[in-house]
Design a protein around this ligand. Structure first.
Ligand SMILES: Cc1ncc(COP(=O)(O)O)c(C=O)c1O
Length: 437
């Protein structure tokens, strides 16, 4: 049964006439039968064009940490907009946001951007300028945005193309990237201490940066094993390499100070987006004084027409204020734990081998294996088809995680205990259906 009701289908048909595949991001395309069009969102729910309500666990791919249309955020943005939106000068909102980030994330300096892609792209440029080197290491299954340099061996890759784990191949995930670009990137399996160490020792003279999502936020929230992030820190210190934490998904979600706080590691640069503005387009690069001060008018570029614009900056100012001062993350943690426990119980009862990964505010479910995956290859060994079957069964019943198990379940503060209960009942039904009973 298609997810599209009559009105959604009619609008999607219109969309396809003028927008390639009817979507403005390829990740939103679920096929011609199941790609949805959304009328509105409020709290933990979204409604499609036919008035069907979904408990939303995608939350715009992660950013909606408080809830859709969260009144204090809307109010602040509305009020701020009364005074105009963009001036080609700094505004007090930008200063306040930067102060909040330095305080919450224990860092020195901040520059704002609009999207995660812009943040990672500029972070890599800063690292290159700081070190005078050009290459970098990224980990398999990690996604750092749409810039050409990063689109290798991402979460969209297939196991067959990644090469031997002893000698991984950077696999381009899209046509359109110039061939020469792959000479700048080395890929290593996540949690592979030996592979990482060998690569760094062989190539450190060329390495500007090691960029890492501290947990696999685009591959079921697979966690770092003890010592892995510490090893990156140690190698970066030893060889003068810039350590970049890509916290676009984990920032202000897994802890007030993001993954740096959760794992007790201080990176040289960190990139933030998503949760920092509850879904408004705002992002940041934050880092240590000496690395960030590589940015220099006239010689080391960072900028953009819309960086720090009032809409994004005001949204971030109020969202970070709320996250810093109210027990938002504690509540999400509690609800997420109950949800994870309930899901595990249902899967056990159904006799489906499973492993839950990640943290309660963004967790993954790996099916077909009891073994907790330690890297992207491990995740790909699971039963993605069964996951998708259950995921689509959930959507048909009004609970919507991504149908692709690589995308974690995201929770927001507006999700109630009753929503968790409803989700578990529906999860039980979807599992039964997938098992043919
Ligand atoms: C870890 C990570 N980095 C960067 C990005 C890119 O962010 P944006 O989509 O805002 O450009 C994403 C997007 O999902 C992400 O998950």
């Amino acid at each position: 049964m298609s997810l599209q009701g009559e009105k959604t289908r009619a609008l999607f048909t219109r969309a396809k006439q003028v927008i390639p595949h009817g979507v403005n991001s390829n990740f939103r395309y679920w096929g011609d039968e199941d790609t949805m069009i959304i009328a509105r969102g409020e709290g933990a729910y979204i409604w499609d064009m036919d008035g069907k309500r979904y408990i939303d666990y995608r939350l715009g791919f992660g950013p909606v940490i408080l809830g859709h249309a969260y009144p204090p955020v809307l109010e602040k943005v509305r009020e701020a907009l009364q005074g105009g939106n963009i001036f080609a000068w700094t505004t007090p909102f930008e200063i306040s946001v930067a102060e909040r980030i330095t305080r919450m994330c224990n860092t020195d300096k901040v520059r704002l951007t609009n999207t995660g892609t812009e943040a990672t792209m500029h972070a890599l440029r800063i690292a290159r300028a700081y070190t005078g080197r050009e290459k970098f290491i990224k980990f398999e299954g990690q996604y750092h945005g749409m810039a050409d340099y990063f689109m290798f061996s991402t979460a969209s890759s297939h196991r067959g193309g990644l090469g031997s784990i002893r000698s991984p191949i950077p696999l381009a995930n899209t046509s359109g990237i110039p061939k020469g670009i792959n000479q700048y990137v080395f890929t290593v399996a996540f949690n592979d201490l030996e592979g990482l160490e060998n690569r760094v020792r062989a190539n450190w003279g060329d390495l500007a940066a090691i960029i890492v999502e501290p947990m696999l936020g685009n591959a079921a929230s697979v966690m770092p094993q003890p010592g892995f992030l510490e090893k990156i820190r140690q190698l970066c210190d030893e060889y003068g390499i810039v350590m970049i934490f890509d916290e676009v998904k984990t920032g202000f979600r897994v802890a007030r100070g993001g993954a740096q706080e959760l794992f007790g590691i201080r990176a040289d640069l960190a990139t933030y987006a998503k949760a920092m503005g509850n879904g408004f387009p705002i992002a940041a690069i934050a880092g240590k004084e000496d690395v960030m001060m590589t940015i220099e008018p006239g010689s080391m570029a960072h900028g953009g027409t819309y960086t720090g614009n009032i809409v994004g900056a005001a949204a971030a100012d109020i969202t970070l204020d709320i996250l810093e001062n109210q027990p938002i993350l504690e509540t999400i943690q509690q609800r997420g734990k109950a949800l994870m426990n309930g899901i595990a119980e249902i899967l056990t009862e159904a006799g489906i081998p499973h492993a839950l990964t990640g943290v309660p505010s963004m967790f993954g479910i790996c099916l077909g294996t009891d073994e907790v995956p330690k890297d992207f290859r491990g995740y790909l060994a699971g039963d993605a088809e069964l996951y998708e079957q259950i995921g689509m069964g959930l959507s048909r019943r009004g609970v919507q995680p991504d149908s692709d198990g690589r995308e974690p379940w995201f929770l927001c503060y507006s999700l109630s205990e009753a929503d968790v209960g409803e989700t578990l009942n529906i999860f039980n039904d979807a599992v039964k259906e997938a098992k043919g009973g």
